[in-house]
Design a protein around this ligand. Structure first.
Ligand code: F0G
Length: 429
């Protein structure tokens, strides 16, 4: 179906067949063809100046949802939402460190650190909107498949909303801290004997058959929340867009969200030109990079293998939305090796910032863009750090304590007897 004018304030549209449905339709996919849905809004009625003034006024206000780095942008996220489920989240810093300029070759690289969100990753921005929507449609339970961050985030927001949560994670590969969070926040946690792609297939089937509201990033309301990473970054830059935005890419929800945020901001006059997106995958989990190399003629699925567990995804669900995002922003997709990811992570960590392995893919990606001559060192780039340094501590300790020979940035701990002389010996080395 298609709406006749006047349209409602927001509605959902299928990106594959154009079928339209209401804002409160709970189906995870298009009922006509099974394609991915997207939320559309009528253009804001306020002028650019009035809208930006409103965003500025709300900045740093509190307590409650007004202080949220997501709901500050509510006119372009979910204008009709009233009672929102907010921690609050967002308000993450934009950082600069000379050490990262030196390592990447970019002259002034900025880092947007999404690990500063309440559960430790950018997923909170999508989840505040997703769980708000779950409450609006009267969901009796919510569910997701996850490599760790999504499950921790869903568990926290569902607990706040008082809605039972079901999370499916790969039994062998989920980071311990993330599993601990899901359990602590009270989600019913299923350890699936399979990889993330198997978890996602299973939870989608469960959501259609068992009537549980699906909150993976195929859910278009998650995408609306994740757009605010870009909106907040643009606000921090006084609405003067950078030349590049570089992000890690797994299931491609974030790539889709970034593209949507930029295109809308451009269409609605908030910015006057579009930055280029660079989506960075791990070489062992790079079906999107492979498609990009062939001008997106084919869609690939691979068996994913990488140390960056968050992006260990072989069959990304948001593929069509992400193709659109890359094409429309003259973007690029690249793959970096696990070794490059670990080295980038060690440099980000040693700069005092710190991030999880998957996040470091964006910084490794910046270096690769400069090295290939795609990015001019003088261009302004923002790399997004998607998660917290305390994700995957096992890998971190292995890197510093066990790898043999020690990698270039390894910081070996030293065991000593409880004597001053032992400390002196260490210091004199
Ligand atoms: N970075 C981190 C820290 C992530 O947790 C994820 C995805 C990504 C990047 C990739 O984002 O999927 O939108 O392309 N983590 C999901 C999860 C899959 O279950 O937590 P994407």
């Amino acid at each position: 179906m298609r709406f006749r004018t006047p349209r409602p304030e927001s509605w959902q549209v299928c990106v594959a067949c154009g079928n339209e449905t209401t804002e409160l339709d709970p189906h995870p996919r298009c009922a006509a063809c099974g394609g991915l849905l997207e939320v559309q809004h009528r253009p804001p009625t306020l002028t650019r100046a009035a809208l930006l003034e409103r965003f500025t006024e709300r900045r740093g206000q509190g307590p409650g949802a007004v202080a949220s780095g997501v709901w500050r942008f509510r006119e372009v996220v979910l204008p009709s939402a009233e009672e929102v489920v907010s921690h609050p989240e967002g308000n993450t810093p934009l950082l600069h460190r000379d050490a990262l300029d030196r390592w990447t070759g970019a002259e002034r690289l900025l880092l947007k650190h999404e690990g500063h969100n309440p559960t430790g990753s950018f997923k909170d921005r999508g989840m505040t909107v997703g769980v708000t929507q779950a409450r609006r449609i009267g969901a009796t339970a919510v569910a997701c498949a996850s490599t760790g961050n999504t499950s921790a985030s869903l568990a926290a927001y569902a607990a706040q909303a008082g809605i039972p949560a079901l999370v499916l994670v790969p039994a062998e590969q989920v980071a311990l801290g993330k599993l601990a969070q899901s359990l602590a926040y009270g989600a019913r946690t299923l350890l699936v004997r399979g990889d993330f792609d198997a978890c996602l297939r299973l939870v989608e089937e469960a959501s259609t058959r068992l009537g549980v509201y699906l909150l993976n990033s195929i859910n278009p309301f998650r995408i609306e929340g994740q757009k605010t990473i870009v909106l907040e970054m643009l606000q921090q830059l006084d609405w003067e867009p950078p030349d590049w935005i570089v992000l890690p890419a797994g299931n491609l929800g974030n790539t889709a969200a970034f593209g949507k945020a930029l295109l809308e901001a451009h269409r609605w006059g908030l910015i006057s030109r579009l930055p280029r997106l660079a989506a960075v995958q791990a070489a062992g989990a790079a079906p999107f990079a492979r498609s990009f190399a062939e001008d997106f003629e084919h869609r690939y699925a691979v068996r994913a293998e990488t140390v960056a567990t968050a992006i260990r995804i072989g069959d990304p669900a948001s593929f069509p939305r992400a193709v659109h995002a890359i094409r429309e922003t003259e973007g690029v997709v690249l793959a970096v090796t696990d070794q490059e990811i670990l080295e980038a992570k060690a440099v980000v960590d040693a700069s005092g910032i710190g991030c999880e392995p998957a996040s470091a893919a964006s910084v490794a990606g910046v270096r690769e863009l400069v090295r290939r001559g795609l990015m001019d060192p003088a261009e302004r780039a923002v790399a997004v750090l998607t998660g917290h340094i305390l994700k995957d501590p096992g890998l971190l300790l292995k890197y510093h304590r066990e790898m043999d020979p020690p990698p270039p940035h390894a910081n070996r701990p030293i065991e000593i007897e409880p004597e001053l002389a032992a400390i002196e010996r260490v210091l004199s080395r």
